[in-house]
Design a protein around this ligand. Structure first.
Ligand SMILES: Nc1ncnc2c1ncn2[C@@H]1O[C@H](COP(=O)(O)OP(=O)(O)OP(=O)(O)O)[C@@H](O)[C@H]1O
Length: 209
């Protein structure tokens, strides 16, 4: 799998805000950094197909070699994970995971079980998500996204609410679970960027390291 941003440009009120021209291969994590308000989240919104009307976009987005620029958000099948990605409080842990599984799959229960296993939550599917620790919640949120079988994973500061120890643990877990996918990580944290191990760019297209 691969994600290619070909001369992607996002402007607001005629002013260029974001310029990205890069390919991300499966198993690679591209990190996007930059000051607050410079357009990092907007860039992810454009890539998934949910750019707010206040912005104009040019360039093309390719997923697995296919031009998806004109496709609506649901057809692009990309997973997007936020820092405030809360679990649904009215659903069990398994119910939350099941939300990610595409409708009509026969092995739905087995997929949920496998995700519980991967998250270190075997046998805890019936639990109320409120009873989980912060790390457990973060793992369930990630697995819920991955169960939707995304073609790429976009991470918008997903670790920033976690304390330092947990942050490293969840970060490693995320990169390990997503190793079959191209991943784009938005972060303010240099440690996150280093741990990602891939190219680091600013949203203005400048290569940082
Ligand atoms: N829906 C919207 N309509 C109009 N302007 C918006 C909208 N969303 C964001 N903006 C503006 O676009 C600019 C970029 O916002 P964005 O959230 O992409 O920045 P960011 O780099 O992700 O910031 P942070 O690091 O603080 O999350 C900001 O000036 C913001 O106010």
């Amino acid at each position: 799998m691969s994600l290619k941003l070909d001369q992607l440009r996002i402007a607001q009120d005629g002013r260029l805000m974001v310029a990205l021209d890069i390919s991300v291969a499966a198993g690679q994590v591209l990190t996007i950094m930059g000051p607050s308000g410079c357009g990092k989240s907007t860039a992810l919104a454009a890539i998934v197909g949910a750019l707010p009307p206040a912005f104009r976009m040019s360039g093309r987005i390719f997923l697995n070699g296919q031009d998806v620029t004109a496709q609506p958000i649901h057809a692009r099948r990309m997973g997007l994970l936020f820092q405030d990605d809360v679990l649904f409080p009215h659903l069990s842990v398994a119910g939350n995971l099941g939300f990610g599984v595409p409708r009509g799959l026969r092995d739905r229960a087995a997929r949920i079980e496998a995700a519980l296993d991967a998250a270190g939550l075997s046998g805890m599917g019936a639990r109320d998500p409120a009873t989980l620790s912060g790390g457990q919640k973060a793992r369930v949120a990630l697995m819920r996204t991955l169960l939707s079988a995304p073609q790429a994973l976009l991470l918008d500061e997903p670790f920033s609410k976690l304390d330092a120890g947990l942050r490293a643990q969840i970060r490693d877990f995320t990169f390990a679970q997503a190793r079959a996918l191209p991943v784009i990580l938005v972060t303010h944290d240099m440690e996150d960027a280093r741990a990602a191990g891939g190219p680091i760019i600013s949203v203005t297209g400048e290569q940082l390291g």
